[in-house]
Ligand binder design. Structure first.
Ligand code: ZN
Length: 270
């Protein structure tokens, strides 16, 4: 019986966990989420209006219990990076079989990546591009390329779909008009489904790193057609600030994150 640990219960994260708990091989989930549900979340979230103003975490626990009553749930209402909650979070995820990252801020993704490396846990990440024009699904495994490696790869190489342009995939909310409108519920559900499938592969012991991008719309200058999967062969960056160190080495994640973001914005020229 498997123990899943997930950070993030926003619109994407809620949909992913909703799909996963219907697999009865998952007997225990640990969930980490600090936010309350707000009215503007409703068009894209599974939780309904009677949950507005309440912690997403508590409403999610009830939702998931309704779908799998035997599920053991550890609920941690906290920001992932909260220094005072690190012991609690570390103890809760110790021994977990696999992880799911469903947060949209970079700091939390890097922090999650470091936690997963320290604990030797394979994990998945789903990212819906702004505007819902497509999304990434990544699978990270112990010893393989880390999230920082993926960001470096995407910044430098990028999946090439349109030969006359090289959009900045590491900052998809950038310059394109379509990228500034909110993603639709349908786009979020599509990427969440793929994210859930990638996670279930881990449950089936298909543990190998992979990354792909699925365009959901044809967008001038970015995607020449929709629904054509683009495999991204992220390789391990031997000079990676994060994963070139031993998994149990002390990392000042905040400091490394600042360096990484500077590098990605062109500041270090690495
Ligand atoms: Zn790395």
């Amino acid at each position: 019986m498997a123990h899943l640990v997930q950070v993030g219960l926003g619109s994407g994260g809620m949909s992913v966990i909703d799909m996963l708990v219907r697999d009865m091989r998952i007997s225990k989930v640990t969930l980490i989420e600090p936010d309350i549900l707000k009215p503007h979340n409703l068009p894209r979230h599974l939780l309904g209006s009677h949950n507005v103003g309440k912690p997403k975490l508590l409403s999610a626990v009830k939702w998931l219990k309704d779908r799998n009553e035997n599920l053991e749930i550890i609920a941690i209402e906290a920001f992932l990076q909260d220094p005072e909650k690190q012991d609690l979070i570390n103890n809760a995820i110790k021994g977990a079989d696999f992880g799911v990252c469903a947060v949209d801020n970079e700091e939390a993704k890097y922090h999650w990546c470091s936690l997963m490396r320290q604990h030797g846990i394979p994990w998945t990440l789903g990212e819906v591009l702004s505007g819902g024009i497509g999304g990434f699904v990544h699978t990270f495994v112990p010893g393989g390329p880390c999230y920082a490696c993926a960001c470096t790869y995407l910044k430098r190489e990028g999946p090439k779909d349109s030969k006359d342009s090289k959009p900045d995939y590491s900052n998809p909310s950038g310059e394109v008009e379509e990228a500034r409108i909110p993603a639709s519920f349908a786009s979020i559900q599509t990427i969440a489904s793929l994210h859930a499938l990638a996670t279930m592969d881990l449950l089936d012991a298909k543990i190998s790193p992979s990354s792909f991008l699925l365009p959901l719309q044809k967008v001038e200058g970015i995607f020449s057609e929709s629904l054509r999967k683009i495999v991204v062969n992220v390789s391990k960056n031997e000079s990676c600030l994060f994963c070139s160190k031993a998994p149990d080495a002390f990392l000042d994640v905040d400091d490394l994150l600042q360096k990484k973001l500077k590098e990605l914005s062109g500041g270090l020229g690495l």
